[in-house]
Structures are given as C-alpha cells and as structure tokens.
Design a protein around this ligand. Structure first.
Ligand code: SF4
Length: 255
C-alpha cells in the first residue's frame, strides 16, 4: 500500500483507535457518546473515525456530535455541512457565552486558554448530564497527553497527564479519548485528505505559550530519539511508585 495514501493513514488510525478502545474498554454496548466537536482537525478526525468504526464495531453505540460555541469561531457552518454530507451526522451547536465571560474576567497578562477550557469542560459535563449520555469523547491525541504530563510536572509540581478513559472528578461523567494512541503527525496526515477547512480554536487573545514551548522541546528531542514519545506514553502506564518521593505510608518501603 502506498505509504502516503489516504487508505494507508486511515488504516493506521483505525487500528490505533480500535486498540485504544479495546485496551481501555472505552465503548460498551448501547453507549450514547457525546462527541465534542470544536471544529479543529483533531475533533473532526475523531468524529470521522468513530462514525466509520460504528459500521464495523462488534458493539452498537450511538454518536451525538456537539459543538460548544465560544463565540470566537468564524463560519462553523462549513463543518456542519461537511458532517452532514461526508458522515451523515448532524452537529448540534450549543451557545456558551464564553467569549463574553473571558472578556470580562481574564487577566490580559495571562493566557485565557486554561480558564476557557475549564469553562468549556464545565458546560460539556452539564450538557452530558442533561442529555443522559453514557460518555463524552474528546479529541486529545498522544502528543496532547504527553505535553500535559510535562506541563503539570514543570509548572504545577504534579505527576499526572490526561487519561485515555476516566470518570470525571465529580464522578458524574465518563470521559474517553479514543485518539490516545495517535500521534499528532498521524492525525494531521489523515486530516489532509478531508475535504473541509478546519475551524481554528484560536481567538488570538493570547496563545498558550507554555504548551507551545514544550511542544518545541519535544520536537527537538524526538529528532535524536524517534521512539521517545511512545516511550513517554508507555511510562505513563508503567509507574514504579516505590522509587518516587512519596511521603507517609510509602516512605518505609521506598528506596
Ligand atoms: S485560543 Fe482557544 S482555548 Fe484559548 S481562549 Fe481562545 S478559544 Fe479559548
């Protein structure tokens, strides 16, 4: 198979998504999955792969694509059209008023992205409750997960990342990330065959510079060690707690 063909990337992506779904038991029979569609490349790839897999999946599940409108995005209509014609899916648009909230409360010296994503997450969880869905699918990929690991480690003094599947902190929602095994390069390569322009999230208030910087560091390091990202991801599932600096009950057992 031609290694640059649509078919090639599609196969790779489906295989990785299928494996992640299986490994983390992301989808169960009869699930109603709310798919968060920002209109960016990742979310469109996620929507397409979930729609495609549904046809061949051993279990039946339902997809509900939802777009939480921040008020920043321009021309989301083309994404709605694309989902209709290419996937036969109707995206529901929910207004959030987040752009006005950010204009009022965000600190001009700081990136508003953390607050923006917290507000969107809150709205998404509430919506999931209202609609009685069984899980929420998000388009985060392998690079997002490991960047988050370094962001938390460097700036909040915490070891943690983004789980491929988890129950939310308030215990009310189940969140799944079916692209967890897919690198950004694969997501982008597959997306290049889509017949639609993505909607960029960037409101250009101020980009998340810390994440950009970590992405750049990782890009440089990956040149010397192409397997590095997979190794970091594997490390996140293979934790040697006894060698960590945990206090209290672990103390007596650690080296
Ligand atoms: S760039 Fe995206 S995440 Fe950041 S504030 Fe704007 S819309 Fe929100």
């Amino acid at each position: 198979m031609n290694h640059n063909s649509r078919r090639y990337y599609e196969k790779q992506l489906r295989r990785k998504v299928g494996t992640a779904i299986h490994d983390y038991q992301m989808i169960r029979r009869g699930d109603r999955i709310l798919v968060a569609v920002s209109g960016g490349k990742d979310s469109l790839v996620l929507l397409k792969v979930l729609a495609d897999l549904r046809r061949s999946a051993p279990v039946e599940y339902e997809i509900m694509p939802v777009h939480l409108s921040t008020g920043f995005e321009k021309d989301f209509g083309r994404i709605i059209e694309w989902a209709r014609s290419a996937l036969g899916l109707e995206i529901e648009v929910v207004q959030t008023g987040i752009s006005e909230i950010l204009a009022r409360v965000s600190d001009p010296e700081k990136s508003p992205c953390a607050l923006c994503s917290r507000l969107r997450r809150g709205r998404l969880y509430t919506l999931a409750q209202e609609r009685g869905v069984s899980s929420i699918a998000l388009g985060h990929h392998l690079d997002d997960i490991i960047e988050t690991f370094f962001l938390r480690c460097f700036y909040t003094g915490q070891i943690g990342a983004m789980a491929p599947a988890r129950v939310s902190n308030d215990g009310r929602n189940r969140v799944i990330r079916p692209l967890a095994y897919c690198k950004l390069t694969l997501v982008k390569a597959y997306f290049s065959f889509f017949d639609v322009e993505p909607v960029s999230c960037s409101c250009m208030i101020r980009p998340d510079s810390k994440r950009e910087q970590i992405r750049e560091y990782l890009r440089i390091l990956e040149k010397d060690n192409p397997k590095m990202k997979n190794s970091i991801f594997a490390a996140l599932g293979n934790i040697d707690t006894k060698s960590l600096c945990l206090k209290g009950e672990y103390h007596a057992h650690s080296h």
